[in-house]
Design a protein around this ligand. Structure first.
Ligand code: HEM
Length: 485
């Protein structure tokens, strides 16, 4: 049982009444984060639900989540002992693995290597920038081709290939053409991943659903198949790297991990961690940023006056004689405000990966025992009416102060990369990528909606939520003296 302590009398944590066998599974709905926001209004920021036989604590609101993930970071750094988590990255995933001393070493190596290949200094940032610029150039050509004759197309798949190519090149020194059907199919299957491991997925919580044919069982089977397929893709790349490994030349992150893990002095991690770390990075890097980019394109066409204002700022600061670069960031506050507002409004990772408690802990006065599953509702922070004015409206200006500069305090209030010990390690890489994609795309093109289509913020469900398919048409901008013609 989960109890509140301190008033002399034990009181159970609040939460909805659980039904036998299923608990509160039938109440979750398609969008558990929205259901949890409604429940938080009734029960408060910490409440308990039951899924199958599991007690689950749901955390909502910035102060409660900060208290848990920052003040009690080690106590909330665990992952539930779910069977699906053990399937990821050959059973040696850092993102889905249990908290331990070995895990700390694993995360440190993954984080420092990712930074070394992306944002650690000016040289690595420059290399990444060249890479992203080439990938956006390719994407623009594909967009223009798909829009020829005024056609409208769903941009998600092409965004996914472009984003996946960037992390694929960092991991394996290889990119794929937008026509490569095998690569597209591999990426296409990744949706099943997020649907299985996202908070509120019933795959691990109602194991008896595995015993007869139903959508949850087939989802679990697809999840296992896609993990094997992804892992084989990664294993194949690493095996080619091992055959040609030269300690004098580090071609990409595969070489870096081989150097650190296979040949490193500290033998904390066994050699299979090379493949598992690369699979974690490849998986996390493509699914998230492709969702972000697709949301941003949707918002650009839903709010054409904002798109125009962004182009005006880019034209004024960058002009037509050169490409936008990372160094322009500080001079483009409206572009940055647009990105933060897109992340806030879409909250496309609405719940973190499920956590679990590593020891007994007290939050907001409630006692939570060790090994309790914890869902963290990031959406509740980004849509909190006490924190944001009109949180359901898209207003990039909210992040600018009276001098038109980015309000640093407010941007830190957007919660999308989580907090504390389990915080995402791809935050800096992602923010840089999204900045470069936004600037280069808008510098070169305009995005237009289909007048016959009503654009909504409705989404798919899962760990990362994506817009439902929508149509966009892309036109090259022809500029004369900074005027679009
Ligand atoms: C974990 C968000 C991009 C690597 C996470 C988590 C979130 C998140 C919410 C879960 C944290 C938790 O459970 O508390 C995002 C968003 C991204 C993004 C919004 C893009 C805008 C990336 C990229 C990479 C990456 C590009 C790597 C290339 C990871 C890893 C973890 C993680 C390895 C597991 C961390 C751990 O368990 O300690 N991310 N992510 N992410 N992310 Fe990201």
């Amino acid at each position: 049982c989960l109890w509140i302590r301190g008033c002399g009398q034990k009181k159970s944590l609040p939460g909805p009444f659980p039904w036998p066998l299923v608990g509160n599974a039938m109440q979750l709905g398609q969008m558990p984060h929205l259901t949890f926001c409604k429940m938080a209004q009734i029960y408060g920021n910490v409440f308990k639900i039951k899924l199958g036989t599991h007690d689950i604590i749901v955390l909502n609101g910035e102060s409660t989540i900060r208290q848990a993930l920052v003040k009690h970071s080690a106590e909330f750094a665990g992952r539930p002992n779910f069977s699906s988590f053990k399937v990821v990255s050959g059973g040696k995933s850092m993102a889905f693995g249990a908290y331990s001393d070995l895990w700390k070493t694993h995360k440190k190596i993954a984080h420092s290597t990712l930074r070394a290949f992306s944002t650690v200094n000016t040289q690595s940032t420059k290399l990444l920038e060249e890479h992203v610029a080439a990938e956006v150039e390719d994407l623009i050509q594909v967009f223009l081709h798909l829009s020829s004759g005024g056609e409208y197309f769903n941009p998600f798949y092409e965004c996914h290939v472009a984003i996946a190519n960037i992390i694929c090149a960092l991991c394996f020194g290889k990119r794929y053409s937008h026509d490569d059907q095998e690569f597209k199919a591999l990426l296409g299957r990744h949706d099943k991943f997020g649907q299985t491991v996202g908070a509120g997925s019933l795959v691990d919580l109602l194991p008896w659903l595995q015993s007869f044919p139903n959508p949850v069982r087939s989802l679990h089977q697809s999840f296992k198949d896609l993990n094997i397929e992804f892992f084989n893709f990664v294993k194949d790349k690493v095996s080619q790297h091992r055959k040609t490994y030269n300690p004098e030349i580090t071609r990409d992150m595969s070489d870096a991990f081989i150097g650190l893990i296979d040949y490193g002095e500290e033998k904390v991690l066994s050699t299979e961690y090379v493949e598992s770390t690369l699979m974690d990075l490849f998986g996390a890097g493509q699914d998230t940023n492709s969702a972000a980019l697709t949301w941003m394109i949707l918002l650009l066409i839903k709010y054409p006056h904002i798109q125009k204002k962004l182009q005006e700022e880019i034209d004024r600061v960058v002009g037509q004689g050169r490409m936008p670069t990372a160094e322009d960031r500080a001079k483009l506050p409206y572009v940055q405000a647009f990105i933060y507002e897109s992340l806030r409004l879409s909250s496309f990772v609405p719940m973190t990966i499920p956590h679990s408690t590593t020891s007994d802990v007290i939050i907001d006065g409630f006692y939570i025992p060790r090994n309790t599953i914890v869902f963290v509702n990031q959406w509740s922070v980004n849509h909190d009416v006490n924190k944001w004015t009109n949180p359901d409206q898209f207003q990039p200006e909210r992040f600018l102060n009276e001098n038109g500069q980015l309000d640093k305090d407010l941007i830190h209030g957007v919660m999308i990369f989580s907090l504390g010990t389990r915080r995402c390690i791809g935050d800096q890489l992602s923010m840089l990528q999204l900045f470069l994609f936004t600037c280069i795309l808008l510098h070169r093109c305009s995005f237009h909606s289909d007048p016959k289509e009503e654009l909504t913020m409705n989404s798919t469900n899962g760990l990362t939520i994506k817009p439902l398919p929508f149509g966009v048409s892309v036109r090259a901008r022809r500029l004369r003296r900074n005027q679009e013609i």
